[in-house]
Design a protein around this ligand. Structure first.
Ligand code: C5P
Length: 227
């Protein structure tokens, strides 16, 4: 297992990915975007044209597909059966359907296993998702939970979409975010919630740089007390 494991959990568009990536850079650590794993399985299932609500069908897709996750430039590179799908897993249809994969306890177990295997090969890792501090790495060195008001998260997501040329109304985006929060918080397996020992950071009024600096300070303080 990695010598330093930092988990960052939180709801959709709370800034986890950006912050985790920048924090990893500052610490010389690897970065694991576990949402990309849920998205990859979802995309493979969509392409296989299976019933997304049938757990056995989803398990079959997972068993018969080769997934590759590697730390790319600025984001995780994802391949399905040798084909790069890093961009395709961000499509709105994948975002909307990922909840079916996320709701399956058996699929989650397999994905958590893959996450632990990934961590086992790294010296230091910053991993982000919904259940990293609670389920995947309960003994992590440091756990964070990032949150922000839904309206601010919608605003951030809209800016991200605009940069890609996608125009969606704030109401639409906030509605979709709140729906995802509900399904992430409400599922029985690996629900979204802060670990008991997580540091909760409300990022509503903070810039990315401020959040990264705050987290970095916490990590440095923890490392000093450990030495
Ligand atoms: O973080 P991202 O939006 O890419 O995650 C896609 C979906 O995967 C989320 O909506 C969530 O339901 C699911 N997910 C999860 N557990 C994780 C990471 C993501 O259930 N550790």
């Amino acid at each position: 297992m990695a010598k330093l494991i930092i988990t960052i959990d939180g709801p959709a568009a709370s800034g986890k990915s950006t912050v985790a990536r920048l924090l990893a850079e500052k610490l010389g650590a690897s970065f694991l975007d576990t949402g990309a794993m849920y998205r990859a399985v979802t995309l493979a299932a969509i392409r296989a044209n299976v019933d997304m609500t049938d757990e056995d069908d989803l398990l079959e897709v997972m068993a018969t597909t080769e997934f590759q996750f590697s730390a790319g430039q600025g984001k995780m590179a994802v391949c399905i059966d040798g084909i790069d799908v890093t961009e395709q897993i961000r499509q709105p249809q994948v975002t909307a359907s990922a909840r079916h994969v996320a709701a399956s306890a058996k699929l989650r177990e397999k994905l958590v296993e893959m996450q632990r295997q990934f961590a086992a090969g790294e010296e230091k890792i910053v991993t982000e998702g919904r259940d990293q501090g609670t389920v995947a790495f309960p003994n992590a060195d440091m756990k964070f939970y990032l949150t922000a008001d839904p309206s601010e998260r919608a605003r951030r997501r809209q800016a991200e979409l605009r940069a890609k040329g996608d125009i969606e109304s704030l109401e639409q985006i906030q509605g979709a975010i709140e729906q995802r929060d509900k399904s992430d918080e409400g599922r029985a397996a690996g629900p979204l919630r802060p670990a008991n020992d997580a540091i909760v950071v409300d990022t509503t009024d903070l810039s990315v740089e401020e959040v990264v600096a705050r987290l970095l300070r916490c990590v440095e303080e923890k490392c000093q007390t450990k030495d």
